[in-house]
Ligand binder design. Sequence first.
Ligand SMILES: C[S@@+](CC[C@H](N)C(=O)[O-])C[C@H]1O[C@@H](n2cnc3c(N)ncnc32)[C@H](O)[C@@H]1O
Length: 426
Amino acid sequence: MVEKRLARVERLNPDLMGMAFLDGVEVEVPFTAPGDVVEIMRWRRRKGRRVATEYTVVERSSIRVTPGCPHFGGCGGCRAQHLPYEEQIRVKEEGLSEVLGADVRVKPSPRVYGYRNRIDLVLSTSGIGFRRFGTWWDVVDVEECKLFGPSSRRAIRSVRDLIESSGAPKEEMLYDIRRGTGFLRYMVLREGKFTGELMVTLVTSEGEFPEDPSSYFEYADSVYWSVNRTKSDVSYGEVRRFWGGRFIEERIGGVTYGIHPNSFFQTNSYQLVNLLGTVSAMVDGERVLDMYSGIGTFGVFLAKRGFRVVGVDVNPHSIEMARMNARRNGVEATFITSSDRDEVEVRGFDTVIVDPPRPGLHPKFRRRLIKEGPGTVVYVSCNPKTLRRDLEELGSRYRVEEIQGLDMFPHTPHVEVVVKLVRLTN
Ligand SMILES: C[S@@+](CC[C@H](N)C(=O)[O-])C[C@H]1O[C@@H](n2cnc3c(N)ncnc32)[C@H](O)[C@@H]1O
């Protein structure tokens, strides 16, 4: 729709988008703040909402702050650097309280820049960086990611050098997202914030590097080459080779974790310290099932504090890492590969910790908890909507004792929630 109209941004929605009224209908205006006056030239319907796609800010709100990143406003990596951090926290608290029907407080992240220990940079013919906000094909060229920190600048410069000195045409060396052709697809950076160790993973299509790529990243502790032969736009693949260490290490709350390119690790190391503290304070008794354990983030931390832990995850690679992490930290804990669809034993524990992926608990596992779950369940969630559904279902046998939000993702709309559930006695 093309038309020029002035509107004032009245509020922020839970996606941290400015909301303005045009003739009584609400339009989402990205990268704006309450109090901004915007001229909207064009908007589109997206998933039942109206989103401004062409607009200018004609009057800037007094609450705005200066974004820390020069790419902010086009780059789709984050969307709220222009908002005071307290305002971001307020919106997350309001959103969570509404979804969960309770007054939820969100613990702010100790750092709001340089907090990410992982970024996935797109290497493509349209740029090296992150997807442009609202597109899947266009990429904003970046020199650095401020959410990751200065070592991203160095690595981005190195990958540009590698591409340039190959002498190959851009269309051959870099992936064309629309056509599905080209060699280099992603560069994933992972950094131990408390160890300073850096891992660089280059994800490519099938093919060969013209020369040893690791020579461009001599300062990195580990360099991986992974191959994704599929058309799927994912930033992982089969490991072809690595140089330097097989893992890098991160140290959180006295625990050393090994990080591998193909395993999940919580992305905000500074706030992970608080997440671990929150979870362990909610655990009752000494026998703990760490369901969806990943590499043993909670399980190894708790085992180090004397709890008897069994961890379960569907990913055999993560379980191998969890066992290694237990050994590395000199603790006894059992880690088992299994799915939440299988018969995972929940009896015999005092507490079950669940930290499922975004779709939440599998109905089979949820039913098992309802039928024979222990006195305490600690639910860690990154998706308030599926958390609400699961809490409603579990509500037949459990009551919510405590809810704590934690901001693991400043400048983005995402938020983590930890809920302590206690089994009803009758
Ligand atoms: C949000 S991550 C949490 C990992 C870990 N608790 C941590 O903090 O690092 C979710 C985990 O669930 C695992 N997962 C996904 N689907 C699963 C399933 N069907 N059964 C068991 N685990 C599953 C994934 O492999 C992943 O490690």
